[in-house]
Write a new protein. Sequence first.
Length: 338
Amino acid sequence: MNFEDINAVKELLSQPQKIVIIPHKNPDGDAIGSTLGLWFYFQSIGQEAHVIVPNDFPKFLKWMPGQAEILNFERHNTQAKEKLQEATLVFTLDFNHLGRTGQMEPFLEALQTPFVMIDHHQKPEDYAVVTYSDVTMSSTCEMIYNFIEILGGKETITPEMASCLYTGIMTDTGSFKYSSTTSRTHRIIAALIDSGANNTKIHNQVFDTNTPSRLHILGCALKNMVILQDYHTAYITLSQEELDTFGYKKGDTEGIVNYGLTLDGIQFAVIFIENKEEGIVKISFRSEGDFSVNEFARAHFQGGGHTNAAGGKSDVPLEATVRTFLEHLEDYKELLSK
Ligand code: 5GP
Ligand code: MN
């Protein structure tokens, strides 16, 4: 954040505000961690704030401090709309364009309220009065820590806030191993532990809560994996029928895409997940090295994200989606062979 932005935020927060904090649709650990972390901070400085999620979030995050107070735009629609209408300030976290809020988008577009964006995805849209965007950041949670520090609130970080921010940094860095993890990330993590984040407990709550459906779906996904050695690519499909057979629940497919990259020589990993209810195939892309899945997702699958982790979707059936993917892949053969 530059000097002007910091002053603009300080000015906004010097008045009593009614704040709404919003993460992206299908919120992950970083989205929920950052919104709740900021929510606790606003409470500590006496600002009224509410977190509104576009839709539900996975069970493995439902232990997080403050999560029970979250309003769900789908489930608490009237109340959520009321809060948005009353809001004097809206914070959008962990996403770069309003389309990432799904059904909330038209509603947010219509608001006259000032927005503040805090995000680490590439190519942020220009809708906010203050845009704190930094694509080098490991996570939005790391940015929220910086934000609180800039506003002089570092000493006020409670165990609850620390647990929320720890969770998002942990999930977005693949437990501190992705290349976005810096020495500063580790220093912030250390500070969060000092402020009361129980690291062992958080890891257990997020990663050691497997269910039969999750493990069966993982088994099915690994069996379905196709390895294209010549393209340094591995992809996985999960049909709606397969998901139904194993009793799919939200969050069950989280992280499965990463298995492809653990294979020697594989630089590009993809998972296609059929969602009959929404009439789409949800796609996750991961890469190692310079191959930009952000650009691939943006160019071919209505998506985006980061250089090494991105998402997108397709409106045609699963088989046709995979065929289209393979056609596009041909054009990247040389790039992937580098
Ligand atoms: P995931 O594959 O875990 O859903 O997402 C990987 C990264 O890409 C995350 O940072 C996520 O926010 C972003 N992402 C996922 N889906 C989309 C999408 O449809 N559009 C855009 N712009 N980003 C996405
Ligand atoms: Mn994130």
